[in-house]
Design a protein around this ligand. Structure first.
Ligand code: V47
Length: 379
């Protein structure tokens, strides 16, 4: 195998890479050649555009019965030091204090809290929909949906339908970690497994919900397991078309029980981003999540296959409790500057990747949302 053969396959024949080719690129390819190829694939899809959004992250409880080795955010039981659960009024105040007109998204990820009824989640969504109607609600990972299924005895479909009716707009991509059973057994054995994670997304897509997908790398996985993870996502996407964006998440090693493992280096991050762009030929977007990568690597990633920067975020907890030294939030001007200095054109998007324009003359930042999404579900 060599880079020229792979280049011809991608750039001239427009053919899909095999798992073996993905593995070769990840392990053997020269970094700049790999990056140039991923960049060509990215430019073919998105030209010079790099998307960002204006969003807010809410983690309304960190109580979590799953005991993942890599996690620094969760507390196992209510009442433990630093464990918290916001009630509805606290969540309302938390959002009100941070909400600004013009924000388009709230991203909600919580622990698998065994002490909350299903109505807690429905009430949270209804409150946000009623009081912050401009926010698209991207909430609850597939792992949380599986937890609701176990706790409340409802099917994935019943859960998602009720959440949708209460205001859920899409699912975030967390909880995927690495699909390989060997790895999950070691790092996250007591939550949804790979098949369950994929099934939740399959059902969500069938109900017309879009979702995101992730991969946590840099713990105990082998290169083949990274490629296997990408292939499994690609296979589900062939079936449903419902994934919008892939977000690789680099392991951070502070405050958890994997402290002795070093975090991935900048070159590891760039290799993962480039190979993911090349393998996931059917997932439109690739996000370099600046909170996780750091602003500088996220900026350079825009030349290695990524076309999204995520958003303003505002008070991220999961990575900051694991030692991320990125700022807690970036301003829109910071984000635009980083993107522009990478030679890309910053474009604000909403959660569903529609371009957002600030309505001319609006002094409060009011946005216009075009109605339809350009990528079909179930192509
Ligand atoms: O599922 C937790 C990961 C995820 C650590 O969908 C860690 O747009 C590294 O999924 N080191 C949650 N990773 C975050 C997430 C996400 C973030 C931004 C955007 C979107 C989206 C989704 O974070 C978890 C887990 O995989 N994680 N702890 C850690 N110490």
């Amino acid at each position: 195998m060599n880079i020229e053969q792979i280049k011809t396959k991608i750039l001239q024949k427009n053919e899909r890479l095999s798992a073996e080719e993905g593995l070769w690129l990840y392990e053997e390819a020269e970094l700049l050649e790999l990056g140039a190829l991923a960049n060509a694939a990215r430019e073919r899809l998105h030209g010079d555009t790099t998307y960002y959004n204006w969003n807010l992250h809410l983690n309304s409880t960190n109580v979590c019965k799953a005991d993942c080795l890599f996690c620094s955010f969760a507390r196992l039981k209510t009442g433990m030091p630093e464990a918290y659960t916001m009630d509805l009024d606290q969540a309302r105040s938390w959002i009100s204090e941070r909400y600004r007109p013009g924000m388009t998204e709230i991203h909600i990820v919580n622990g698998n809290n065994p002490d909350l009824p299903f109505s807690y989640y429905l009430d949270l969504l209804r409150m946000i929909r009623a009081e912050f109607p401009d926010l698209h609600i991207k909430a609850f990972t597939a792992v949380e949906i599986h937890h609701f299924h176990e706790e409340f005895g409802l099917s994935y479909e019943e859960i998602l339908l009720q959440l949708q009716e209460a205001g859920l707009g899409s699912l975030p991509g967390g909880g995927a970690e690495i699909f390989a059973h060997r790895v999950r057994k070691k790092i996250c054995r007591d939550k949804a497994n790979a098949e369950q994670w994929l099934e939740v997304h399959r059902v969500a897509h069938r109900l017309g919900l879009r979702s995101n997908c992730t991969m946590l790398y840099g713990t105990v996985e082998r290169p083949e397991e990274i490629i296997d993870h990408l292939v499994r996502l690609r296979t589900l996407q062939d079936e449903t078309g419902g994934f919008q964006v892939f977000i690789p998440l680099a392991f951070h090693n502070e405050g958890n029980r994997m402290e002795r493992l070093p975090s991935p280096t900048g070159v590891d991050d760039l290799r993962i981003i480039a190979v993911s762009r090349l393998m996931l030929d059917n997932i439109p977007h690739l996000k370099a999540y600046w909170v996780m990568l750091g602003m500088k690597t996220a900026q350079i990633a825009q030349l290695f296959g990524a076309n999204d920067f995520d958003g303003t975020v505002t008070e991220e907890k999961i990575y900051h409790m694991a030692g991320s030294d990125s700022p807690q939030g970036l301003t829109i001007d910071d984000i635009k500057r980083l993107i522009t200095r990478a030679g890309r054109t910053p474009v604000e998007r909403d959660t569903l990747y529609n371009e957002v324009q600030t309505i001319a003359n609006a002094t409060d930042g009011t946005k216009e949302h075009p109605p339809e999404s350009p990528f079909p579900l179930y192509p």
